[in-house]
Design a protein around this ligand. Structure first.
Ligand code: SF4
Length: 69
């Protein structure tokens, strides 16, 4: 028995400008909304994945310990 392919869902707003759009559907992903749910779609051609800049650690409340006599 052949499996039916996943019904394709239309692209979402964030897909606008992507080169993978074909007739209102993504030619890579069946559910584009799922690709954007967790962040930037990994196959988007119109969005550059920004390298995450690690936040600088700020040390707060560091005090010299007093020596007990
Ligand atoms: S590749 Fe990603 S951004 Fe491009 S149309 Fe498909 S789901 Fe949208």
């Amino acid at each position: 028995m052949a499996q039916a392919p996943l019904p394709k869902q239309p692209i979402v707003e964030k897909c606008t400008g992507c080169e993978n759009i074909e007739d209102g559907f993504c030619r890579i992903w069946a559910v584009p909304a799922a690709k954007w749910r967790t962040g930037v779609c990994p196959s988007a051609t119109h969005v550059k994945v920004e390298a995450k800049v690690p936040e600088q650690k700020v040390r707060v409340g560091q005090q010299k310990q007093k020596k007990n006599r």
